[in-house]
Design a binder for this molecule. Structure first.
Ligand code: ADP
Ligand code: XUL
Length: 525
């Protein structure tokens, strides 16, 4: 049996899943997470992000991710598992975030000293100390400039899968080039978090996969190549600073001598890393069209596989590449877990007491609606944050608990309509998918059966399965994706939450009122 490692560098933590697998059997033999704030307080992050005076800027220190990566390999090497059987490693990372490296990285990555910690060796290779991440919404001006230059939002969406979004990498690169021309000029290579971490493993600049590349507003979806009009409109000389785009789940190198010598690992294959949502698509078993997954992580996302790229005409959602070589539709909400935590903490609740309130209060919240925009929101676009309440008192504990959960589920149902999927079942993942009372509201709002999965860390699991798939392909025995997930990534039948027909009827009415409240709030924004 061989071992396959999947890593997930998310907003708040790094997770690893080690899979033992042969052609028929799969088993998780190691699963572990490192919380960024707790493990590396010296960086001063909160929930993985550096504190910022304004509410629209969100950056993280890339060296924190480097430290976490090294720490995870250290943990792995101390498990007592025989890692000489490690065949391949792949990874998942928060999407859109970018890492800026100077020309010394070309030789520097290839000659890392295994006697020294990694972060101190990577530090001099950075041409920008911080990485803008997906929570950033400071680039509206750059979005407008890029759209205007390529012939409008429709043209950009038609080619790249999305209209311009503040957190997408093109707008972030443009802002950097405008604000720090010197820093931009000394940048030799711009990576996504995913391709940056893959580069650390291989000891050379790694290419990007189409799944994460499509979160940049720079890649032509159909061709899986950089789209010159977008690249040229973003920043001068950008084409030369971008890595090539490779095939999803292809081999990008082998573990460099740094990892081999420092942790006694073999020259395992490194398979192209991708974004956390594309990886989760595989990790929840959505390798065919017609089902939806909802991830309740730091962000909440609704997504599903698409055979053909049906771009959202309303401009809300995105089409990304999928690790299977198909496409995926996705809508992202920024006020996910942190908004739920805000309400929980505001009323001094535990998740248990939060759940008890959901259980004992009626669906529909008596027609009272909350728009939980604690932070600037992505869907719909809200740059001026603030919670809006309709008929709901700020001090009403029960009303606010139910209000935040119903609003999030109604927003997801409303803003995923563009994907045109007849939803009869939903695969739930992310930290908050452990909470069955939240999932019951999901089932009632969508009128669909909601399932939990055996392995909750779907992004890390997806990465481990990409390692398995990519490795098998490289060995000349390609596996169908159905076989990769079969009998392993099944939703747990006993976890099924069925919609309650009475509650379903309440929400079928309430979604119209919710949409009106959104419209009203946006008109006054
Ligand atoms: P990430 O996006 O960083 O991968 P995760 O998917 O690990 O995030 O989710 C982490 C979040 O899960 C935490 O911020 C927390 O709010 C939430 N969470 C964990 N347990 C529960 C629970 N029982 N009920 C609701 N939310 C929970
Ligand atoms: C997706 C998005 C988020 C991040 C979170 O477009 O911005 O889901 O990937 O890690």
């Amino acid at each position: 049996m061989s071992l396959y490692l999947g890593l997930d560098s998310s907003t708040q933590s790094l997770t690893a899943i080690l899979l033992e697998a042969d052609d028929r059997h799969r088993r998780v033999v190691f699963e572990s997470s490192i919380s960024f704030d707790e493990a590396f307080p010296k960086y001063g992050t909160r929930h993985g992000v550096l504190p910022n005076a304004d509410q629209v800027t969100a950056v993280s220190p890339p060296l924190l991710w480097v430290d976490a990566l090294e720490s995870m390999f250290d943990r792995l090497s101390k498990t007592g598992l025989d890692l000489t059987h490690l065949a391949a490693v792949s990874g998942s990372a928060q999407q859109h975030g970018s890492v800026y490296l100077n020309a010394t990285a070309r030789s520097g990555l290839a000659s890392l000293d295994p006697a020294r910690p990694l972060a101190e060796q990577i530090a001099p290779m950075l041409s920008r100390a911080v990485s803008p991440i997906w929570m950033d919404s400071s680039t509206s001006a750059e979005c407008a400039e890029i759209e205007a230059a390529v012939g409008g939002d429709r043209a950009l969406a038609q080619h790249t899968g999305s209209r311009a979004f503040e957190r997408f990498t093109a707008a972030q690169i443009r802002k950097f080039a405008k604000q720090d021309a010197g820093g931009y000029a000394s940048t030799d290579r711009i990576h996504l978090v995913s391709s940056f971490l893959a580069s650390l493993l291989t000891g050379a600049h790694a290419p990007m996969d189409p799944g994460d590349g499509s979160g940049m507003n720079l890649m032509d979806l159909a061709a899986c190549q950089w789209w010159a009009p977008a690249v040229d409109s973003t920043a001068p000389g950008l084409g030369a600073k971008l890595p090539p785009v490779t095939r999803a789940s292809s081999v990008v190198g082998t573990l460099s001598s740094y990892w081999q010598k420092r942790f006694g690992l073999p020259a395992a294959r490194v398979i192209a890393w991708s974004g956390d949502n594309p990886c989760s698509l595989v990790g929840v078993g959505l390798v065919r069209e017609g089902r939806l997954a909802i991830s309740l992580g730091t962000s909440d996302t609704v997504f599903g596989l698409m055979r053909e790229p049906r771009v959202d005409k309303t401009g809300t959602g995105h089409v990304f590449g999928s690790p299977t070589g198909d496409y995926m539709g996705l809508t992202c909400f920024k006020n996910g877990s942190l908004a739920r935590e805000k309400i929980r903490d505001q009323f001094g609740l535990s998740w248990q007491s939060f759940s008890e309130i959901l259980r004992r209060t009626p669906a529909g919240n008596g027609g009272r609606i909350m728009l939980p925009w604690f932070e600037p929101e992505i869907t719909p676009t809200v740059l001026d944050p603030g919670v809006r309440r309709f008929g709901l008192s700020e001090n009403d504990v029960d009303g606010n608990v139910r209000g935040v959960i119903e609003a999030q589920q109604l927003a997801m149902a409303l803003h995923s309509r563009w994907m045109d999927v007849e939803v009869d079942s939903i695969h739930a993942t992310g930290g908050a998918a452990a909470n069955r009372d939240i999932l019951q509201v999901m089932a009632d709002v969508f009128g669909a059966v909601v399932y939990q999965l055996q392995v909750g860390n779907s992004a890390a699991l997806g990465a481990a399965l990409m390692a398995l798939h990519g490795s098998a392909t490289a060995e000349g025995r390609p596996m169908a994706w159905d076989d990769v997930i079969s009998q392993f990534v099944e939703p747990m039948a006993e976890s099924a939450l069925n919609p309650d027909p009475r509650n379903r009827a309440v929400y079928a009415d309430l979604i119209g009122k919710y949409a009106d409240c959104e419209r009203q709030a946006l008109a006054h924004a």
